[in-house]
Design a protein around this ligand. Structure first.
Ligand code: ATP
Ligand code: MG
Length: 417
């Protein structure tokens, strides 16, 4: 991609209402723009990151044998009445009437819709266990939308649901999802902890939250000195009463949550199938969420410096920035730069060429703000010497690499992290 064609604008200062680093940097780097409170447009740069996060989540869910579906965002009230949540959910649920005054909501989660699907489609134990998931827009009319896309009203979630004949099978899938989540967050380059959680009003009795550790996190995680016990504060209070406040604590951002729902939805919504003896059994369920858009902000909270964002290569909007110095004054350099750019692209390297008519200092600081993990600087002097300047986002000093070795060198760097 050529930067001159990218719809973006870096800002020197963040708007005053941006309170935390990730929100400030996402606005300054031109990744998102607010349309209304808690509702955002993703600009090309931000959307590239979101897509990369989504792709990793999808790959690992598929690898775990989960099947991707897409459910509607708009859900009929009758289903929520069946589960009794139409009245329980409260003002976070955005309720809508159609032209015939029929009641609907914009889905904040999909337990009702998936349970309805399962009771229609699952006929026999032979179809079980099954894991279904989607990556889809949710709406929650949060009482306090804040921190940009971190606590938005409209956001992207991966939600998965599993159906089982018995609790042993649910436990097995739950453990598999726990392992899958650990893989996903590791590939995303995040420092995280799985903590025992309170299952809140979603119901069920076993649940873990996955937290990215960060000072700005809204949640408190508590742990025992020897590390044997790690829990959300709410859960620790339920387990250890007042003792919970003795425990050590850290702050976290909840990026994932897995639950064993048991038969909470399948009983109220009468979801049964025949077991191997032909007997009708109420299915038991698990559900597994990941805050796909929230992850983008969480990654920034965890990895930035005074110059800007430091992306892990796995989710960086571009892997490499190519910065020519005074290219507009030299046809010779321009030809060499374009040929290198084409070469990098044909080697599947995600490269951003800064072809703007800007001073090198401006280009360097923009690339650092955006957080591109690898940078090449190509000048006429380098062309004469047959070399290119290389620096990783976190390096202090430049290195010089022979032009003819550059593709191999960059490929190795990208594969390293
Ligand atoms: P929180 O406690 O942060 O409000 P939650 O427990 O209500 O989240 P879940 O129902 O577990 O959220 O949803 C699954 C995931 O969706 C969460 O782990 C979180 O990463 C993400 N998420 C929830 N609410 C929001 C929001 N308002 N904006 C962005 N992501 C969200
Ligand atoms: Mg949760």
């Amino acid at each position: 991609m050529k930067l001159s064609k990218l719809l973006t604008a870096t800002l020197r200062e963040a708007p005053a209402d941006a309170e935390i680093v990730s929100h400030k940097l996402m606005l300054r780097a031109g990744m998102v723009r607010q349309l209304a409170s808690g509702i955002y447009t993703w600009l090309p740069l931000g959307y590239r990151i979101l897509k990369k996060v989504e792709a990793i989540v999808r790959e690992e869910m598929n690898a775990a044998g989960a099947q991707e579906i897409l459910m509607p965002a708009i859900q009929p009230a009758e289903l929520w009445r069946e589960s009794k949540r139409w009245d329980q959910y409260g003002p976070e649920l955005l309720r809508i009437n159609d032209r015939h005054e029929r009641e609907f909501c914009f889905g904040p989660t999909h337990e009702e819709v998936i349970t309805d699907l399962a009771r229609r489609e699952v006929r026999s134990y032979k179809q079980l266990p099954i894991i279904l998931y989607q990556i889809q827009t949710k709406f929650r009319d949060e009482v306090r939308p804040r921190f940009g896309i971190m606590r938005a009203r409209e956001f992207l979630m991966k939600d998965a649901y599993s159906f089982h004949l018995n609790d042993e099978s649910l436990q097995e899938t739950y453990e598999q999802m726990y392992a899958t989540y650990s893989k996903i967050f590791t590939r995303l380059g995040l420092k995280f902890r799985a903590v025992i959680a309170d299952s809140g009003n979603i119901g069920g009795d076993k649940s873990h939250e996955f937290h990215v550790l960060a000072e700005s996190g809204e949640d408190q995680i508590v742990f025992s000195k020897n590390g044997d016990y790690v829990a959300s504060l709410e859960r620790a209070k339920a387990d250890l009463g007042e003792d919970a406040n003795a425990l050590e604590s850290a702050r976290g951002i909840e990026v994932g949550h897995i639950f064993q729902l048991g038969t909470k939805y399948s009983s109220s919504m009468k979801t049964n199938c025949l077991d191997e003896h032909g007997k009708s059994v109420t299915l038991t369920m698990g559900c597994y969420g990941i805050g796909v858009s929230r992850i983008v902000a969480a990654a920034i909270e965890q990895s930035h410096d005074e110059k800007g964002i430091i992306w892990p290569t796995s989710i960086a909007p571009f892997q490499l920035a190519l910065i020519p110095v005074n290219m507009h004054k030299s046809v010779r350099l321009r030809d060499a730069v374009i040929s290198l750019y084409d070469d990098l692209k044909s080697n599947n390297i995600d490269v951003l060429l800064d072809d703007r008519h800007e001073r090198p200092g401006v280009m360097f600081s923009d690339m650092e703000l955006i957080g591109i993990p690898h940078r090449l600087v190509f000048s006429e002097k380098g062309l004469d010497a047959g070399e290119i300047e290389y620096k990783a986002r976190q390096d202090d000093a430049n290195r010089y690499i022979q032009i003819k070795e550059i593709i191999t060198f960059i490929k190795e760097k990208i594969n390293d992290n």
